[in-house]
Design a protein. Structure first.
Length: 310
């Protein structure tokens, strides 16, 4: 199936389900939980473009997510920007930071690149904590005053539909990357970067595209977060759970195929939301670790890799 057709079908089906769910479901918690799971679909898919397709492990997912969130906060304070503009701006800011990070760090390989992403996250956290315009250490409020558009009953339903569209779009982008010449070049880099470079693959350019695209999608995932919670503070938005889950979900679902992060996010994210109302939040990270051990042992290539082999 062509990418354009796949994208149209994915977006159309996703929006149809989102509108139908909004019309039929009365429990608001369903939309909050679904928003969180779909947010992880975007984050896991974005991480996998760099970590899975390219083979460069990024521990700074929370930093790009936070860039998206604080871009929205800054724009809301500056001009009261609508959500659509905030999403575009957040993707642009995070994508540019991803490009800059890639240019500065992609000459590092393996664990050295991963450590560099951790350092970048710490630098951005320090910057946000000391930036009073976006709330600094005390946090910031973003409250939607106007009525929900398009006949939606609440803003949680609107944000759920928006995140569903972004999740479908990110999955379509990942599928396009995998089946394109870009994806084949990234796979060559992942398998043997030295051999790929000797074979004429423009490794630095492809890696920069990968870091930019991955960063932009993560920023896009964070753009609606301030509207979703109404209050954002640095420790919450830079939470370790975003980094851990965005890595664990592709590992569980399968890192080398576009559908892997989707499967992993739906499985792990859905399970976390179910358990969240019954067990302490700290147990969620324990659950992630336990599932990772199980899947690495039983299916080291993830669910999608295991199903292809059986």
């Amino acid at each position: 199936m062509r990418t354009s057709a796949f994208t149209a079908i994915a977006l159309g089906a996703t929006l149809l389900v989102a509108f139908a769910t909004s019309a039929l479901v009365t429990n608001e918690y369903v939309f909050s939980a679904s928003y969180t799971v779909l947010q992880y679909v975007v984050l896991a898919t974005a991480w996998n473009i760099l970590g899975g397709f390219t083979g460069y492990v990024n521990f700074g997912s929370a930093a790009f997510f936070a860039l998206g969130a604080y871009s929205s906060i800054a724009l809301d304070k500056l001009i009261g920007a609508p959500i659509a503009l905030a999403i575009v701006a957040a993707a642009a800011v995070a994508g540019l930071v991803g490009l800059g990070m890639g240019y500065l760090t992609l000459r590092l390989r393996g664990v050295f690149f991963a450590i560099a992403t951790l350092a970048m996250a710490e630098v951005l956290f320090t910057l946000v904590v000391n930036w009073d315009y976006v709330g600094g250490a005390r946090g910031a409020y973003v409250v939607l005053q106007q009525s929900p558009p398009l006949g939606f009953r609440s803003w949680s339903r609107v944000l759920f539909a928006i995140m569903a569209a972004m999740a479908a779009g990110s999955v379509a982008i990942a599928r396009f990357v995998q089946v394109s010449t870009l994806g084949r070049g990234l796979a060559a880099i992942r398998d043997d970067e030295m051999a790929a470079e000797c074979s004429g693959v423009p490794t630095l350019r492809l890696k920069l595209i990968s870091t930019t695209l991955s960063g932009a999608l993560m920023g896009m995932a964070g753009a609606t977060f301030p509207y979703f919670l109404s209050y954002v503070e640095p420790h919450g938005v830079f939470s370790l759970s975003y980094a851990v889950n965005s890595i664990a979900m592709p590992l569980i679902g399968g890192m080398y195929v576009w559908a892997g992060p989707l499967v992993g996010a739906l499985l792990l994210g859905g399970l976390q939301q179910v358990l969240q109302v019954n067990v302490p939040a700290d147990w969620n990270l324990f659950l992630v670790g336990a599932l990772l051990v199980v899947f690495v042992t039983i299916a080291p290539h993830g669910i999608m890799g295991w199903t292809r082999r059986t």
